[in-house]
Design a protein around this ligand. Structure first.
Ligand code: GUN
Ligand code: ZN
Length: 428
């Protein structure tokens, strides 16, 4: 048995959801040290307790810093890494102008390998230890991503993005090939090491009813998998879905009808929802994924975090790279805060940090494994320097409690605020 190690600092964990009680901070716990052994958290408590737990372990001193679970990014497109921050388009034009030409390049395995490695290096540098990614229609793009994550020992979910219409030649599969290729990938990757497969119909406009039906059948056969797609991101998109599916009651119905609504379903954006859609999503315990930097960057709208949380929806947080304008979950929390402000419902720092870890892990149904610090959980950790720039340091210096100390880093921090990252108990 390895001797393990101890990190000493301000160790943040959650005993519940900060959206449930009167005071968000009551769901959070701060302890002095965390002990790690064999890739898992051995415990958290006082330094003396951790030293008694692992007597042989060395202690790394991070006094003044915040030690927390690594960030969990619940909706990303790793193939869009190189086209992040592309100017001036709204959703459908943005897809056609920037995204589809770039995704075409992933037929080349060597290019997919290069971008997968670049993406995972960039996100790790920003403190992100788990992502749930769309790939492209090419199985090679999925193999490249899983292989890169496996080499890093990372827990990730990903899937082949399926499209059989309204996408250019070279970027379309068929109902049958999408089913067959996705199933082969499930067999190759799902449950291998820390990897999970997510069945991935891109969104209703790029799938025929036949393809959605095939994806629903595949999910029915493999209920162990996640299913990810997009829902009600922009009003123009919703109008297009209405034209393409005239008999559907609403956007969600285009998924529901084909067996693509379920508890392991992840619905990205979910901004402009109807009453019926909200009820159905909640009744199924499906997850809504909030992508705030994307929703402002592409001009999509203001997600109703407070209203949706109050009605008991399951919600994760995500960058949506490269529709999102950042790889950083700090920047993403800041955007979520700003959108809350625009709706008159500011989020507490404890709520933001929970969304970026345990909230997203719960959305991905990985909350028993990652997203928090507790004995037995996988040791994916980030150490945050709360004084990483002069501007942040001078504000944090005035703080009267930990929440006031961490909030400037949430609002103004970037990869410079990430002192150390641990994946599966290994420093990266
Ligand atoms: N809807 C369908 N595909 C995409 C995508 O790649 N990014 C975003 N933001 N929305 C989408
Ligand atoms: Zn997306």
């Amino acid at each position: 048995m390895a001797t393990g190690f101890i990190l000493k600092g301000q160790v943040l964990s959650f005993s519940g959801s900060p959206f449930d009680g009167e005071r968000p901070e009551d769901a959070a716990r701060l302890q002095e040290a965390v002990a790690v052994q064999d890739g898992r958290i051995a415990g958290a408590g006082t330094l003396a307790e951790m030293q008694a737990l692992l007597p042989e372990a060395a202690t790394v001193d991070h006094s003044g810093k915040l030690i927390m679970a690594g960030f969990v990014d619940a909706h990303v497109h790793y193939p869009q890494t190189a086209i992040i921050a592309s100017w001036g388009k709204r959703l459908i034009d943005w897809l056609n102008s920037y995204t589809f030409p770039e995704e075409m390049r992933f037929a080349d395995r060597a290019y997919a390998d290069e971008i997968a490695a670049r993406y995972l290096d960039l996100t790790a540098a920003h403190g992100t230890t788990t992502v749930c990614s769309y790939c492209t229609i090419h199985s090679e793009s999925v193999d490249a991503f899983f292989a890169a994550a496996q080499a890093r020992g990372q827990r990730v979910a990903a899937g082949k993005t399926c499209m059989d219409r309204n996408a250019p030649e070279g970027l379309r599969d068929t109902a049958q090939s999408a089913y067959d290729d996705s199933e082969a990938l499930i067999g190759r990757w799902h449950g291998v090491d820390r990897l999970e497969y997510a069945i991935t119909p891109r969104f209703s406009p790029t799938s025929t009813p036949e393809q959605l039906e095939a994806m629903g059948a595949l999910w029915g056969k493999h209920p162990e998998c996640l299913m990810q797609t997009h829902l009600s991101e922009q009003t123009d998109e919703i109008a297009w879905v209405r034209e393409l599916f005239p008999q559907a009651r609403d956007y969600l119905d285009t998924y529901e009808e084909f067996g693509l609504l379920g508890a392991k379903g992840l619905y990205g954006h979910a901004i402009h929802l109807e009453e019926r859609e909200r009820h159905r999503l909640r009744d199924y315990g499906a997850a809504l994924i909030h992508c705030p930097t994307s929703n402002t960057f592409i001009g999509s709208g203001l997600f109703d975090m407070a209203g949706l949380m109050a009605e008991g929806q399951r919600i994760g947080l995500a960058t949506d790279t490269g529709g999102g304008s950042s790889f950083s979950m700090l920047r993403t929390m800041a955007a979520a805060y700003e959108i809350g402000q625009l709706r008159g419902t500011p989020l507490h720092a404890a709520q933001l940090l929970w969304l970026a870890t345990q909230g997203s892990a719960t959305a991905l149904r990985m909350d028993g494994k990652i997203g928090n610090i507790a004995a037995g959980m996988e040791a994916d950790l980030a150490v945050l320097d709360l004084a990483s720039t002069p501007a942040i340091a001078q504000r944090a210096d005035r703080a009267e409690d930990v929440w006031e100390a961490v909030f400037p880093t949430i609002m103004m921090g970037d990869d410079r605020a990430i002192s150390e990252v641990w994946i599966g108990g290994r420093r990266v």
